[in-house]
Design a protein. Structure first.
Length: 349
């Protein structure tokens, strides 16, 4: 079966996959998350202290984590919307996402118990004890203290993902519901993390003096640094687990409701070309019952697929030093799907 193959010279931008895995070829926009503590904290208790998360901390953690995990580009839209209800809020963020050329809108919600319980983790503590008896600072680095939530409580991150429509038409909330890329939100949870004495003590020099006489497992358990480290560890684990879910979610990569075709990510190639150019090659295959009709690169002229519509190889040449190339593809029911591919190595960014 013949392939449609077009080589285009255009301006563009970058791609190598994070962690050596194929990139998720999308420019995703993360909006400020909704944050819902499920119970109040109780600072001052012997076994309890409180944590909290800011919109900025979670938003920027998601931006960094998802980009490092393989998304071509991730933008955090800082600043809360002034909309009075959820419908208007999402409509406003969709407009902002469209303005920055995004392919996906990431809508996160974090639910967590603000009250944290902590105690010794028996196994690392038993490992730490002989290190204390030997002497020296080695026992400072064993993560021997557990910080978590009451039984049945977790920190839970739910993420809804929407396509970002292009063009000049207004986006209504009814339209927005139709733009949902995945049937169920991505969901990740954390119930506890472990911290070492080094994580907890910081510049508390008196704690280091006490650690000469007492096992460090019993020291610096409710410091401000422990609170901060716990929050950072929770955000880190949530974003790493979310990135793994995103990479394995088939609907995110290909959903017939948003384009009756699939990009063969394993066969996407980025190579150097003559004339100080970089060449991107993207193989696309229509899903059963659909045909490929046309495509464009970086919003340029549309190019018809000149085969039977089953397969197409899109090629674009862009200046060396570019970062990303945006490829838009339409099927025979006039569904557009937009992709953003990195074309520069991480070392060159």
């Amino acid at each position: 079966m013949a392939l449609s193959f077009c080589a285009l010279a255009t301006t563009g931008c970058s791609t190598t996959a994070g962690n050596g895995l194929p990139s998720l070829p999308f420019h995703a926009v993360v909006i400020p998350p909704e944050i819902h503590p499920t119970s109040p904290g109780a600072p001052g208790s012997d076994s309890l202290f409180a944590i909290n998360f800011t919109h900025e901390a979670l938003g920027f953690a998601l931006q960094s984590g998802l980009e490092n995990a393989g998304f071509a580009r991730v933008t955090y839209l800082a600043g809360e919307s002034t909309a009075v209800d959820d419908e208007k809020r999402l409509e406003a963020y969709q407009e902002r996402a469209r303005a920055v050329g995004a392919d996906l809108l990431i809508v996160p919600t974090l639910t967590f118990s603000a009250a944290v319980e902590h105690g010794l983790d028996t196994t690392p503590f038993l490992l730490n004890l002989p290190l204390f008896l030997i002497g020296g600072p080695l026992n400072w680095f064993i993560p021997d203290r557990t910080y978590g939530f009451a039984e049945g409580e977790v920190a839970r991150l739910d993420v809804r993902v929407y396509a970002v429509p292009q063009g000049d038409g207004a986006i209504s909330y009814a339209t927005l519901r139709d733009l949902s890329i995945i049937d169920e939100p991505l969901r990740v949870e954390v119930d506890k993390i472990n911290l070492s004495f080094w994580d907890r003590a910081g510049h508390s020099y008196l704690s280091y003096v006490f650690s000469i006489f007492l096992p460090s497992s019993f020291l610096a358990s409710e410091t401000e640094l422990a609170r901060t480290e716990m929050q950072n560890e929770i955000l880190g684990k949530l974003t790493r687990d979310l990135a793994r879910q995103a990479r394995s979610n088939r609907q995110l990569q290909s959903n017939p409701r948003h384009g009756g075709f699939q990009v063969n990510l394993d066969a996407v190639e980025v190579t150097n070309a003559e004339g100080n150019l970089v060449r991107l090659t993207v193989p696309v295959e229509a899903q059963p019952g659909y045909k490929l009709i046309k495509y464009n690169v970086n919003g340029g002229d549309d190019h018809a697929v000149d085969t039977d519509g089953r397969r197409c190889v899109i090629a674009a040449s862009v200046p060396s030093g570019s970062e990303v190339v945006r490829v838009s593809i339409m099927d025979d029911v006039q569904q557009w799907r937009h992709y953003t591919f990195r074309v520069a190595s991480q070392e060159n960014q």
